[in-house]
Design a protein around this ligand. Structure first.
Ligand code: G3I
Length: 381
């Protein structure tokens, strides 16, 4: 199919949906929060008025779920944030409110309310939820961090099992993908020296998947990590883990590639890497995409950011078992990056004022091109 014909298809598809008229060269000018008629609703957006040019409507044409991490404080207080969250994305991930310190701040006393509110928001807007995360070394409740070193392995194992079973049971039937275990490896491919490894040994990973599956048999269970986008020892270690878990019959369904990129570093060979995990019979997902850079952003850096978003989305689109592409927050004002990497930022697809950036347009155009390309029309999920 020629480029010209492909472009024609995209124009027809979008105009046919009745929401946006494209002009050559100015295609996909973003209208992220604008209202649209019911006729413009995408197949997987039954409850919210998503414009046909929205990321979620375009992604649904190629059977891809497009998601974002959600800052639930912003969701509760800012209507423009809420509007973009509802209309642009077909999955949401709680950025913090399903983590252990948030759900069980005092031992035995659960606070599900913020996460329940996000799940309700997702249901109202026809969105799926990525649960994040059941087992991690970070954001543990203070009571656990204080007590764990003096606990016996049996005690700690019972506490971990209770946490996983209670949380997965609370949300049973409402979570599409769970990040069951998060960031278990160091960059050199050795297992991270967490309290879990120290006390329970490497078997805690398989146990966590088994317990999560018992509690919510229909959820897709993922191992999730950063820097495994890049080929090398860490990616190889995650690959070996996934392969071994599958071989042992442990209920793992997929691997999440966080994909926190920085313009200082080369882009990963993500497509081939996703494909080799896929060849194990697993689903894959990009779960926390952002592309940070040094501030202030130069034109060269912004081009690199656009390239980062474009190429990571293209990689997911090229691998059939890549079921979702999630950005780690959509607005620069809410990004975790400036607090963690001083002097860096601008990592998101909307600016500080929630205006769409060229990075947003790059995702839009990449999805639209995929919808017009041969072999991409069958919804995968
Ligand atoms: O909960 C306290 C709150 O009580 C207090 O009022 C507030 C004051 O600043 O701090 C709150 O805790 C913060 C928490 O986010 C909730 O807002 C922590 O200080 C802050 O460190 C924490 O940062 C989160 C970080 O994980 C923690 O590691 C980021 O928002 C979140 O984006 C980030 O997400 C991780 C993924 O879960 C895993 N992959 C990497 C990714 C980026 O680091």
């Amino acid at each position: 199919m020629s480029l010209r014909l492909r472009a024609g298809l995209i124009t027809t598809a979008v105009i046919g949906a009745g929401a946006v008229i494209l002009t050559q060269g100015a295609a996909f000018a973003a209208s992220p929060a604008s209202p649209a008629s019911p006729a413009s609703r995408a197949p997987n957006s039954h409850h919210s008025p998503a414009p046909a040019s929205s990321l979620r409507a375009l992604a649904s044409q190629v059977g891809l779920r497009i998601g974002t991490a959600i800052d639930t404080d912003a969701l509760a207080t800012q209507s423009d944030y809420r509007s973009i969250a509802a209309t642009q994305f077909s999955t949401v991930t709680p950025e913090n409110v399903m983590k252990w310190d948030a759900v069980e701040p005092t031992q035995g006393t659960y606070n599900w309310a913020p996460a329940d509110q996000l799940v309700a928001f997702a249901q109202q807007n026809g969105q799926l939820v990525r649960g994040h995360t059941l087992v991690w070394h970070n954001q543990l409740p203070a009571w656990l961090t204080a007590a764990a070193p003096s606990m016996s392995p049996d005690q700690l194992r019972a506490i971990l099992k209770k946490h996983i079973v209670d949380e997965a049971t609370h949300f049973r039937g409402k979570i599409w993908q769970w990040d069951v275990v998060n960031e278990a490896f160091n960059d050199d491919g050795t297992l991270r020296d967490s309290i879990w490894l120290q006390k329970l040994g490497p078997g805690y990973i398989a146990d966590a998947f088994r317990w999560a599956h018992q509690a919510d048999p229909k959820a897709l269970l993922f191992y999730n990590d950063y820097n495994i986008e890049f080929t090398g020892p860490k990616s190889d270690a995650a690959y070996a883990l996934a392969r071994d878990l599958k071989a042992q019959g442990v209920p793992i369904d997929g691997v999440g590639f966080q994909t926190h990129l920085d313009t200082q570093y080369p882009l990963p060979d993500l497509q081939n890497n996703l494909q080799r995990f896929s060849d194990l019979g697993l689903k894959v997902a990009e779960t926390e995409v952002d592309v940070r850079t040094t501030l202030p952003v130069t034109a060269v850096e912004q081009n690199a950011q656009v390239g980062g978003y474009t190429s990571t989305l293209q990689a997911c689109l090229a691998v059939r078992s890549c079921i979702s592409y999630t950005v780690w927050g959509f607005g620069d004002a809410y990004s975790w990056v400036p607090a963690t990497f001083p002097g860096e930022g601008a990592a998101a697809i909307y600016d500080e004022n929630l205006q769409p950036k060229p990075e947003y347009t790059a995702l839009q155009q990449t999805l639209a091109l995929a919808a017009g390309a041969p072999g991409r029309a069958d919804p995968r999920r």
